[in-house]
Design a binder for this molecule. Sequence first.
Ligand SMILES: NC(=O)c1ccc[n+]([C@@H]2O[C@H](COP(=O)([O-])OP(=O)(O)OC[C@H]3O[C@@H](n4cnc5c(N)ncnc54)[C@H](O)[C@@H]3O)[C@@H](O)[C@H]2O)c1
Length: 261
Amino acid sequence: MGKLDGRVVVITGAARGQGEQEARLFVAEGARVVLGDVLDERGAELAAELGEERARFVHLDVAVEGDWSGVVDAADEAFGKIDGLVNNAGILRFNALLDTPLEEFQQVVSVNQTGCFLGMRAVAPRIAAAGGGTIVNTASYAGLTGMAYVGAYAATKHAVVGLTRVAALELAAQGIRVNAVCPGAVDTPMANPAALDPTADATKSARALDALYRKLVPLGRIGRPEEVARLALFLTSEDSSYVTGQPFVIDGGWLAGVSPF
Ligand SMILES: NC(=O)c1ccc[n+]([C@@H]2O[C@H](COP(=O)([O-])OP(=O)(O)OC[C@H]3O[C@@H](n4cnc5c(N)ncnc54)[C@H](O)[C@@H]3O)[C@@H](O)[C@H]2O)c1
């Protein structure tokens, strides 16, 4: 018996990183998944690996309103219903607030914040029609505290926490629970762009990341995307049946406070 037997879950940004691990874990726990991403080749490869019975890939730019109907239609056609959504897609841009061009700020808002809103608006009615289910929004550690040089990102992730709370209130009567995951630093291309750069020295960048997070994070290391996937599984499964409207921090203790030693 899997924790998600019989469930059909849409996962955005599923071609790599945390979304990929969520897709793998959810399928291992019995779910059928619809994977959306702008990385078509990689997303299609993952869906093929997971198998046609269990997974479909659909091109999805979460910021494009029209793309969402394609996802919902594909899920209905392939699996007959949707009863879960993981809004995971996101982008990060580093810049001092006063140096951030408007276009860059708006790009981050459109993916991280508008994308989350459009996803809930498109998918929640299907979840309600299926008799209820779950939505997990991906916020961040930076959705609960400030972080220098990621102003646009932090603003959108605070917004995701706010949207999560409002959606939980408005959708509870339809049997939909809505929660947010708030990861600290997680070892994906977002936190470690060198992983995508064939010219980068992978060993050197891994060593630099290790040293940084050994210092910053009480548990002494960067998180793994599989660990975030297990939290998303908890919030999508019946294990969290009395939980809604909450941001869940998964950060190795980074946000716990300041340690002088
Ligand atoms: N890695 C971290 O340290 C960290 C920390 C806190 C929160 N997060 C959040 O976790 C989520 C997943 O990030 P990740 O760490 O796996 O990073 P990642 O960059 O490896 O993966 C992000 C995925 O989202 C996809 N994506 C980007 N823009 C999209 C769009 N417009 N439409 C659809 N898909 C799009 C990318 O193609 C990619 O597959 C993001 O929301 C991110 O903000 C990450």
